[in-house]
Design a protein around this ligand. Structure first.
Ligand code: TEU
Ligand code: CA
Length: 608
């Protein structure tokens, strides 16, 4: 019997279902409230009905209907996690990945745009750092409204980046160095210049018409909002019709409920695998299944999340089915690796998306550690690393052996983590190394974002004209309706994606390579240590002194091979004795550890 939740269910019943727990945790995180609130014995036994009466001023009936409808979607889903099975060893669990955002990685022909030839010229460098696999952000043909995340032709290379020949050269150069390469797969939407869309828009009887969401209506067909400001609906004047686009006005969402679309996507994936890529990073892949008939978003949820409509597509009714289909029909025949970008997904549903036996995704990028509770990317605040510690302990302890974590702090969509934590330039290099230690010694695949290994920090933008990103520019214009230019710019500055989209300063790398104390050399050492010691990859993790503020420490071990990793998360000295039974200090971001305390952002790897 499926376990349906109703208005008579108790909070604890909701919290006991994977999706229910993720949704409740997400709401609390968004409000900046601890989840102790729900685990509290008194609240646990509240019925939803009681909650509805108590909170009727804030939460209407529609809120509970929406919530129950969403939660009951998974009622028939059988949990198969078997936490104690041994880990299946495989290359992508052992690999250190490196994300390249091609536009600003390396420019080979002085047109100020990074390109494929530039990437090829830096493979020796990446190899010297210890990188095993590359994830390439989009290099497909695109009008670049969103730097390539708006694809015009899945089978062509963007002119500015080079040719298909260059790309094939890149694949063989990567293979020759015994490395792997995965590419971005952007299939939640295409560019409005993609031939499918052009045809669909202009010819209502085209077979591509149903590849997208078209609606005739006086006003936007529903209240969904775009991640890049305004309505999620794009009006096409000439045809007097609307199409759905959750991102920019030139990115149109695909209708995955159409089996022909799915077949075309599967064909395209297989074509790239045939060419020799080793797998994919799947852009906003959890958004591909939309609630039928695209119902209005609940306003309470919309206001809480900052976007209207999300509950209708962040974990849609056919998500598992469609992922299973691409896994079995496209990825599996090539043993291809898949990492899903899944904004809004929590730990419990991530386990459903990545449990080995369920055959959906190999791993996912989760985002709940990128901001402190109650904060969003555009808030100007100092990130507290004690929250990162809490999050990493929780997710590490929750993940069973048949799921695998990905570990990252930086990517092309976020300001640099180092800058979020401190703006003290003297301490930033220590912090960069501390973050490096944590990323390379926990269980999970590390994804290093270009420049992170150089200790890169945020840019010193002083004027809106310096920003290029469509999200920043749209948001700035939206903010001007309610605040002055100075206030609007301050908000944009806190969160703009352009911080991570600065050219890599190759001219300083030679100096960093010869400087023994550089962040770059520290990364090289940390990666080498991880590779030489299997317990750091597959070993058990046991966290210690969890309650000690500003202190993050854990053992990684297989049998008697044991490592101890400890970090001071604060800018102050922290009282701490050198661990007993420590055999050897493998790595530390200070010259010599003090017997009685740790220095600001000090981090150490001990062999026990
Ligand atoms: O990002 C998806 C996404 O939802 C966010 O993580 C992103 O930070 C965005 O700014 C939301 O406010 C992916 C890509 O990584 C991003 O570069 C693209 O712009 C986006 O999808 C659309 O393809
Ligand atoms: Ca170039």
């Amino acid at each position: 019997m499926p376990n349906y939740l109703t208005i008579n269910s108790k909070i604890k019943d909701v919290y006991n279902s994977p999706l229910g727990r993720d949704v409740v945790d997400k709401i609390l995180l968004q409000m900046g409230v601890s989840n102790k609130f729900v685990t509290n014995i008194f609240v646990r036994n509240f019925r939803l009905k009681t909650l509805a009466i108590l909170l009727k001023k804030h939460l209407d009936k529609d809120f509970f209907d929406t919530l129950l409808n969403l939660l009951n979607q998974d009622a028939n889903l059988v949990l198969t996690n078997s936490p104690n099975q041994p880990i299946t060893p495989i290359w992508w669990k052992e690999a250190v990945f490196y994300q390249i955002y091609p536009r600003c990685f390396c420019d080979s022909n002085a047109d100020k745009i990074g390109d494929i030839a530039g990437i090829i010229s830096k493979l020796d460098y990446l190899k010297s750092v210890g990188i095993d696999a590359i994830w390439l952000s989009p290099i497909y043909d695109s009008p670049n409204d969103d730097n390539g995340y708006d694809i015009r032709n899945y089978y062509k290379i963007m002119q500015e980046m080079g040719t298909m020949e260059d790309f094939e050269l890149l694949i063989s150069a990567v293979k020759a160095k015994n490395m792997k390469i995965i590419i971005d797969l952007v299939v939640n939407h295409t560019s409005d210049e993609h031939e499918w869309f052009v045809e669909a828009l202009n010819n209502p009887s085209s077979k591509y018409r149903d590849y997208y969401f078209f609606r005739e209506s006086e006003t936007p067909p529903n209240n969904w909002t775009s991640f890049f400001s305004g309505s999620a609906w794009i009006y096409h004047e000439k045809q007097n019709i609307w199409s759905l686009g959750l991102f920019s006005k030139k990115q149109v969402d695909l209708n995955w409920d159409n089996p022909n679309l799915r077949n075309d996507i599967i064909k395209m994936i297989s074509w790239w695998l045939q060419k020799g890529v080793d797998g994919f990073r799947l852009d906003v892949i959890n958004y591909i299944s939309k609630q039928p008939n695209l119902p209005n978003g609940n306003p309470v949820i919309g206001n809480l999340m900052g976007f209207f409509g999300v509950e209708n597509y962040f974990y849609g009714p056919n998500l598992h089915k469609y992922l299973h289909e691409i896994k079995t029909k496209a990825f599996e025949p090539f043993n291809a690796f898949s990492v899903g970008e899944t904004p809004g997904i929590g730990i419990q549903t991530a386990k459903l998306l990545t449990a080995e036996q369920r055959k959906e995704l190999d791993t996912v990028f989760l985002f709940d550690h990128l901001e402190n509770p109650g904060k969003t990317r555009f808030d100007d605040y100092k990130y507290d690393l004690n929250y990162l510690k809490k999050y990493l302990i929780n997710v590490s302890e929750e993940y069973p052996n048949d799921c695998w974590l990905s570990l990252f702090y930086d990517n092309h969509d976020n300001p640099r983590m180092v800058s979020k934590v401190t703006d003290n330039p003297k301490l930033q290099p220590y912090l960069a190394k501390l973050l490096c230690v944590i990323q390379l010694t926990l269980r999970g695949t590390p994804f290093i974002y270009q420049g992170q290994e150089l200790g890169m920090t945020n840019q010193n933008f002083t004027d809106i004209s310096q920003l290029k990103d469509v999200e920043s520019i749209n948001l700035y214009n939206e903010l001007l309706q309610t605040m002055d230019e100075t206030a609007a710019f301050a908000r944009i500055l806190a969160g703009t994606r352009d911080h991570a989209r600065a050219m890599i300063p190759w001219e300083i790398v030679a100096t960093l390579e010869t400087d023994e104390t550089s962040t770059l050399n520290f990364y090289k050492k940390a990666i080498a240590i991880r590779k030489q010691n299997k317990p750091l990859i597959y070993g058990e993790t046991s966290f210690v002194k969890k309650a000690k503020k500003n202190y993050f420490a854990y053992y990684r071990f297989i049998d008697n091979a044991k490592f101890f990793i400890e970090s001071n998360l604060s800018e102050q000295k922290l009282t701490s004795k050198i661990p007993q039974n420590s055999q050897k200090l493998l790595l530390c971001n200070y010259k010599t550890p003090n017997e009685n305390y740790m220095q600001p952002y000090e981090s150490r790897i001990w062999q026990m």
